[in-house]
Design a binder for this molecule. Sequence first.
Ligand code: SAM
Length: 290
Amino acid sequence: MTVEVKRDDSQWFTERADEAGMGLQLRIRGKLHEEQSDYQRIEIYDTEAFGHLMVIDGFVMLTERDNFVYHEMMSHPVLFTHPNPRRVVIIGGGDCGTLREVLRHPGVEEVVQVDIDERVTRLSEQYFPELCEANDDPRARLLFDDGVAWMGNAADASADVIIVDSTDPVGPGEGLFNRAFYAQCCRVLDEGGLLVQQSESPLLHMDLIQSMRQAMIDSGFTACHSLQFPLPTYPSGWWSATMASKGEGFEGFREADAAARPFQTRYYSVEVHQGALAMPPFFLRATGQK
Ligand code: SAM
């Protein structure tokens, strides 16, 4: 027997991942904002289960309920891997959630965040104020510029860690996923520096992960290290970040410092960090590690 379920589609936000043949639906109470900025279409919804939702060009950027997983995993693993991260650059990240996490590290002396679109930050201040609570920290500098152009002009060896918290490799984010950009990042990082970039789903986007890793190595990085974590509102619910290290001195996870961290986290812990580094056999084979 087939049961017909009647549903009012106007009450649902739908993201379609056409290339993957799947989608995500969130029931909404209403649309809070919509605009076409100079760079992209930005929408904000109030969802029943995940709180406020920001969408750029039809793709989920973040929700109130699960963004902590993403922001903690884009910041704490890399900062507890670099031996002494003092100078941090964030490319993208306009919602400021990653910035807030980076600023929890007392040893960080300056963070420059370069997002192409000021409107993302202004809307985040309005609809995700908790993510922006550290924006006035004197160590933070918020710039609104193209990350590719900014990196091309940055001084040699002027950063310890670069975090690329970007949209997908389409539209303005496209130039942040290639060899020319990584070569600039490598130049701007000091010896022992680390780059980390969100690298989509291990299940759906292995081609992209392979090409990012190859481009990072081709552009001068010594090694790549992948991380995984759950993200319920991104395609497949399973996400990754790719870290690339410059130079030969890579020592790996500073577990004792992570255990003694002087701030609270909701997702990140020493055990979560260890688990995130354990990539499954299919991933290791696909990336030539096994
Ligand atoms: N976590 C999110 C994801 O994976 O979907 C990314 C969130 S964050 C809002 C992405 C940001 O990247 C946006 O604010 C967008 O403006 C910024 N962005 C895209 N292309 C950029 C570029 N070329 N330079 C700097 N920022 C860029």
